[in-house]
Design a protein around this ligand. Structure first.
Ligand SMILES: [Zn+2]
Length: 239
């Protein structure tokens, strides 16, 4: 299926969040996103799949679910101040690290030209969604070296997408976090944004999602002066 927008339709941003599925961006970085947009920075979402396999109901209609989840994602993005949301509509649970997917990622990084890219950590061990691994790996490889190098995917130059150097990549769900963002003041908005993903709330393995999120944020803040935090592995590119 075709993406919801083409690169010429988008405008450059400071921060690009690449999410494997709808709801991953809010879970991993919703508070950080709220802080950035509050500070007047431009944030975009690149949502790789539309999450059409995200249901415990074997009779669920994947196409209908994808439409619902895209609408939920747009609503959550609005709450966090994100004005550009692109859906790549790649197959949920079907992502592979291929040259075609890497080129697509490079296209969007060159179109959005962010200083920082935020995504899923591909190096989380054991039980971790394969789509999260693949997206994290493809983003890291797309940032360096492909988005930077003019001879990588030269056809992108003909599309009017010159090389772009991303300064930093921040990975959520890392087992090796080295950077925390204080989200105490925006935590309520993170919870509100996650609440937009109604199709997913019923499948959660606990009764009170806000309490679970609060525990996670407390844990991420441990060892910092913050009450609540989001934790990332932050990789900084060479100048
Ligand atoms: Zn996900």
């Amino acid at each position: 299926m075709l993406p919801s927008l083409r690169p010429p339709d988008v405008t450059p941003v400071d921060l690009l969040v690449v999410a494997p599925h709808p709801d991953d961006a809010e879970l991993g970085a919703g508070g950080t996103v709220a802080r950035w947009t509050d500070e007047g920075r431009h944030v975009a979402y690149l949502v790789v799949t539309s999450g059409e396999k995200g249901s415990a109901d074997p009779d669920a209609d994947p196409r209908a679910l994808a439409r619902v989840r895209e609408a939920e994602q747009r609503a959550a993005a609005r709450i966090l101040g994100v004005d550009q949301v692109v859906f790549l509509r790649e197959p949920d649970q079907g992502l592979e690290d291929t040259p075609a997917f890497r080129r697509e990622m490079v296209r969007w990084i060159r179109a959005f030209r962010p200083r920082i890219v935020v995504t899923s950590d591909p190096y989380r061990r054991y039980l971790w969604h394969r789509d999260h691994r693949v997206v994290g790996q493809v983003v890291l490889d797309a940032v360096f070296p492909y988005a930077r190098d003019p001879l990588a995917f030269p056809e992108l130059l003909e599309e009017g997408l010159p090389p772009h150097k991303v300064a930093e990549v921040w990975c959520w769900a890392s087992e090796d976090p080295n950077h925390r963002v204080d989200v105490t003041g925006v935590f309520a908005r993170k919870v509100e944004a996650l609440g937009c993903h109604r199709s997913q709330l019923a499948g959660l393995p606990f009764e009170d999602p806000a309490a679970w999120l609060w525990d996670r944020a407390r844990e991420a803040a441990r060892g910092t002066p913050y009450e609540l935090a989001e934790a990332f592995h932050r990789a900084v590119a060479l100048p």
